[in-house]
Design a protein. Structure first.
Length: 231
């Protein structure tokens, strides 16, 4: 018995495209893609003009070199420079003399435009909830300050007792408070902390509710004060 013949797939003829002979025919054939391309180019040019015109040149104070958190600003650390900046940004600083002698709350890379909230002072609490105060706290272990950075959340733990006459007891006296300022640490090669502790004798500044300020500020007189990192 013979096997059925193998059927071949039908061959679909390709459409014949007549070659373009004149410029008029080329424009007529490709007028739609050309119109879309021109429209996209015009839109891109308009967006570029709008984006470049939004930020005017302003003369503001910038950091000349990398400055560490807690560094006291000297005249050689800052200079006036014209940069594109939002004209409505009133927190940009424009007078270098007002910055001399003030202390930075965070590390600032060279070329950064300085703003008021980067400095230690009342501006540290910008954006905080009403009733928040900046509280200086002295940690019992000054070396632990080198593990902290502004912006981290910590629990403040008070440990009392000596294990003999008084039982040792630990109590969390503030939960999830934000670190506003830490003293500048001496960092060696590769960014590792050196053996010398940070200046400031273990003092840090945290943002806490006003009702906790007395308890936090006087905690070191009642026992050992520690800061525990939290998420």
């Amino acid at each position: 018995m013979k096997s059925p013949a193998t059927r071949r797939a039908p061959v679909i003829p390709r459409p014949k495209v007549r070659p373009v002979r004149t410029r008029h025919e080329a424009l007529r054939r490709y007028r739609r893609p050309l119109a879309i391309a021109c429209l996209l180019l015009a839109a891109a040019a308009a967006l570029n003009e709008l984006s470049s015109g939004q930020l005017a040149q302003r003369e503001v104070v910038v950091a000349v070199s990398d400055l560490a958190a807690g560094a006291v600003i000297s005249p050689a650390d800052v200079q006036l420079q014209r940069i594109p900046a939002d004209p409505n940004d009133h927190r940009l600083l424009t007078d270098p003399q007002e910055l001399v002698g003030q202390r930075l709350a965070i590390a600032v890379p060279a070329g950064t435009a300085l703003r008021s909230y980067l400095l230690v002072g009342p501006q540290l609490l910008a954006g905080s909830a009403p009733g928040t105060v900046a509280v200086p706290i002295r940690l019992s272990d000054p070396a632990a300050v080198g593990l902290l950075n502004p912006g981290q959340l910590v629990d403040i733990v008070l440990t009392t007792g000596d294990g003999f006459e008084r039982q040792i007891r630990s109590e969390t006296i503030a939960q999830g408070v934000a670190v506003l300022w830490v003293p500048a640490a001496d960092r060696g090669e590769f960014g590792m902390l050196s053996g010398s502790p940070a200046e400031g004798e273990g003092i840090i500044v945290v943002a806490a509710a006003a009702s906790l300020s007395d308890d936090l500020a006087g905690a070191v007189s009642r026992g050992k004060v520690s800061a525990v990192l939290v998420n």
